[in-house]
Design a protein around this ligand. Structure first.
Ligand code: ADP
Ligand code: MG
Length: 225
């Protein structure tokens, strides 16, 4: 039956995720063990081994932090969320991160604020993930990224645009797969979470990107009156 099929699909998705998590955690653990063994054998402290070990610990920490967010129980009571207030708060939090990589976040909101029935911190997480990716895509050279809103009939469209590295079509197709990352310190969990959260809010997410030119992420969410 259909229900059985959905259940088995879910189980296999859980299995895939578990396998991915195990793999992602085992790599830094293996390297930690290796460097520790080397230090034990040589019986001397080695600065560069310690540096690698520290970065592997940091990597483990960031994987676990992201997984914890993912596993947090969802509060089911949705509230009216002001999109402009939310976007302003998120941009404010990320302004300093943008500045550190020589970027700025430009805001271009429609005049009238719009309300979405949703969970405030989840919607925040969506835009934090997308804006972080945009900042990271522009690298240390930096650039200008824009967060804009458009009012459609029953929807609000939020556009996060950057002029960063862009993505090839093969990568765009796979966005949202757990642990898919091209970054040395990436977790590849951000977009999986983002896609899920947008789905819970009955919205959609579309990427348009060109390598070397930049990326546009368009989120649509149903509006509440
Ligand atoms: P992470 O940021 O940890 O790598 P994400 O799930 O947030 O994981 O993103 C997955 C991958 O998608 C990134 O590693 C990157 O290759 C690509 N990506 C996402 N957003 C952008 C963007 N705005 N510009 C270029 N590439 C992007
Ligand atoms: Mg990310």
């Amino acid at each position: 039956s259909e229900k059985r099929l959905i259940q088995s699909e879910m189980l296999s998705a859980v299995g895939q995720l578990a396998a991915g998590i195990a793999h992602e955690i085992r790599n830094p653990l293996t390297s930690l063990r290796g460097f520790l063994q080397l230090m034990q054998q040589s019986k001397t402290y080695n600065e560069s081994y310690a540096d690698v070990m520290m970065s592997e610990f940091i990597r483990l920490e960031s994987i676990i932090t992201e997984l914890m967010v993912l596993g947090k129980p969802r509060s089911s009571d949705k509230k009216m969320v002001s999109i402009h207030k939310l976007l302003n708060e998120v941009c404010l939090v990320l302004d300093s991160q943008a500045l550190m990589s020589n970027s700025t976040i430009e805001r271009a909101f429609v005049d009238e604020d719009v309300f979405v029935l949703g969970i405030d911190h989840e919607l925040k997480q969506v835009f934090i993930n997308l804006i972080k990716n945009a900042i990271e895509a522009m690298g240390s050279k930096g650039g200008v990224m824009t967060v804009s809103t458009n009012s459609l009939e029953d929807y609000i469209e939020i556009v996060v645009q950057d002029n960063g590295v862009g993505m090839p079509p093969e990568l765009i197709e796979r966005l949202g797969e757990p642990f898919l990352t091209t970054k040395e310190k990436g977790t590849g969990l951000g977009l999986m979470m983002t896609k899920n959260l947008i789905h819970y809010h009955e919205g959609s997410l579309v990427f348009v990107s060109e390598e070397g030119k930049g990326t546009t992420a368009t989120i649509t969410l149903p509006v509440s009156y």
